[in-house]
Design a protein around this ligand. Sequence first.
Ligand code: FPP
Length: 245
Amino acid sequence: MLNIPSLKNKKCLIGKNPHHVAVIMDGNGRWAEKKGKMRVVGHQEGLKAVKKVVKFAFIKKLKILTLYAFSSENWKRSELEIKALIKLFLFALNSEIHNLTKYNIRLKIIGNLKHFNKDFQHCVQKAEEITLKNSGLLLNIAINYGGRWDIIQGIKKIFNRIQQKKLKLEKINENMFSQYLSTGNSLPVDLVIRTGGEKRISNFLLWQIAYSELYFTDVLWPDFNQYIFQDAINFFISRNRRFGG
Ligand code: FPP
């Protein structure tokens, strides 16, 4: 497991910037509808906001940024919208890879990619390989992701290792279980931001957000920018995190 900030570095971060921020980017469709445009236009504008937050995470020297781009429930959307979203992901992967390298950002796609065609899987693999050795920000993009799926795939991996006698049941604890999740041996999420006005988690990183601070804003995702990101970070800094203590 390369370059992933380890759980051993876990600190309370009182009065400090978060290490790991996760974002539920919601409101692209409503943003477009309000302007009398197709939903797809909202997603295109959403991509511009993605670029802004990645740049800001880089400037603020965050360790991990995890973005929820496509949930396992998003397949219920129209074929037209799904196709447009997939096209947009591919466009972003191809056009932004040089910037990721330039800013020393490592890209990791988390989610069940088996539902996508081979070309898509190949593009993802290539982008991950190109940025594998980058040691700055870790950018996780969740595509066809569900928190419950993540926990189940982790259990399956552990079960396999037990069957192969490579792991003993007694060795399983919370820290080691985390390593089998799609986020791997990474820092827990400090701050979750959700745009678009809803106040729910929508099956995002369920295990990883056990002690996260939650920041909800009515701002629709395409209107999100570095100033609102800073507001969320200020909110985080003002929190007294007790981790149940
Ligand atoms: C939620 O808004 C947004 C999505 C399901 C897609 C997010 C995709 C992007 C921001 C663009 C590409 C991103 C990357 C990382 C390449 P919604 O459609 O649910 O909005 P609504 O609630 O107003 O309908």
